[in-house]
Design a protein around this ligand. Structure first.
Ligand code: FE2
Length: 290
């Protein structure tokens, strides 16, 4: 069978912005150049050595209708919610939070100095799951399998199956692939990606040529840039002279209507008004009445 290689449809740098109580970050998905890549609503890349950029954190705020996926590369964040869950997320760890019908939580730095670096991705929930019971998958760094290939490329598998190894995040509607790959200089990695999924790669060290086919070279993607991949069943990634590190993420598009209001993402305006009402009435996270 011939491989139908995915090419790069577009590249975006994203926009510097701030969120929470004043955390500096770069929004890569969920900004005018790349508003939405179904089912991915938002990708924020945060990274700073300056405490002033992150110390204010994200004080209590709600979410409904989505999943938030936090992947820490450096630093520690403490998470607490209105259902009494609390925990710390450290370097190399992941929290995949399914907000479902509602969570009010805070995400605050658990450090006063030093580097804080990572990603937060928002994944849309299908209409049938938007009001589901909230769920957490807290993954410690040591629970994430790491596969080293003959080329020397190392892949951390957060979600999905790569080279026969399955990542620890399971039971997600979008059947996501989420990997963190480090490639030595000039090495090539080929990754199967489900043909019906939307996919992107964000490079955060070095440079990579992404999306080569048998007939044409790929696109040069620099550190800090996100490449949106076209359709196909695999993608080829070749690291530049300084090597590369990137995340590769794919998920099943939902094709459902979206109405967004800050941290609420539903299918209709009425559902958004309901979310606002529930939040104002203090019934936001309550289970539905029997
Ligand atoms: Fe949040």
């Amino acid at each position: 069978m011939t491989t139908n290689w995915r090419t790069v449809k577009g590249v975006t740098w994203g926009r510097e912005t701030s969120d929470g109580a004043g955390v500096r970050l770069k929004r890569v998905i969920g900004q005018p150049e790349l508003d939405f890549l179904d089912p991915f609503l938002m990708l924020d890349a945060f990274g700073s050595d300056e405490a002033d950029d992150y110390i204010a954190g994200f004080p209590p705020h709600p979410h409904r209708g989505i999943e938030t996926v936090t992947y820490m590369l450096a630093g520690r964040m403490r998470h607490e919610d209105d259902a009494g869950h609390a925990g710390t997320l450290g370097p190399g760890g992941v929290q995949w939070m399914t907000a479902g019908r509602g969570i009010i939580h805070s995400e605050m730095p658990e450090q006063e100095e030093g580097e804080m670096r990572g990603f937060q991705l928002w994944v849309n929930l299908p209409a049938k799951d938007k009001m589901c019971t909230p769920r957490y998958q807290n993954i410690e760094p040591g629970e994430i399998p790491e596969v080293t290939r003959d080329s020397g490329a190392t892949v951390r598998i957060i979600a999905g199956t790569v080279y026969g190894v399955e990542g620890p995040v399971r039971g997600i509607a979008a059947a996501p692939l989420y990997i963190d790959e480090t490639l030595p200089a000039d090495t090539v990695s080929d990754h199967p990606v489900a043909p019906d999924h939307n996919a992107f790669s964000y490079v955060f060290a070095g440079t990579a040529e992404i999306g080569a086919t048998e007939a044409a070279p790929g696109k040069l993607v620099r550190s800090g840039e996100l490449a949106v991949l076209g359709q196909g069943d695999a993608v080829r990634i070749r690291a530049g002279q300084d090597g590369a590190r990137l995340i590769l993420v794919a998920g099943q598009p939902l094709g459902e209507p979206i109405v967004k209001y800050g941290p609420f993402v539903m299918n209709s305006k009425d559902e958004i008004l309901q979310a606002i009402n529930d939040y104002q009435n203090g019934t936001f996270s309550n289970p539905p009445a029997e």
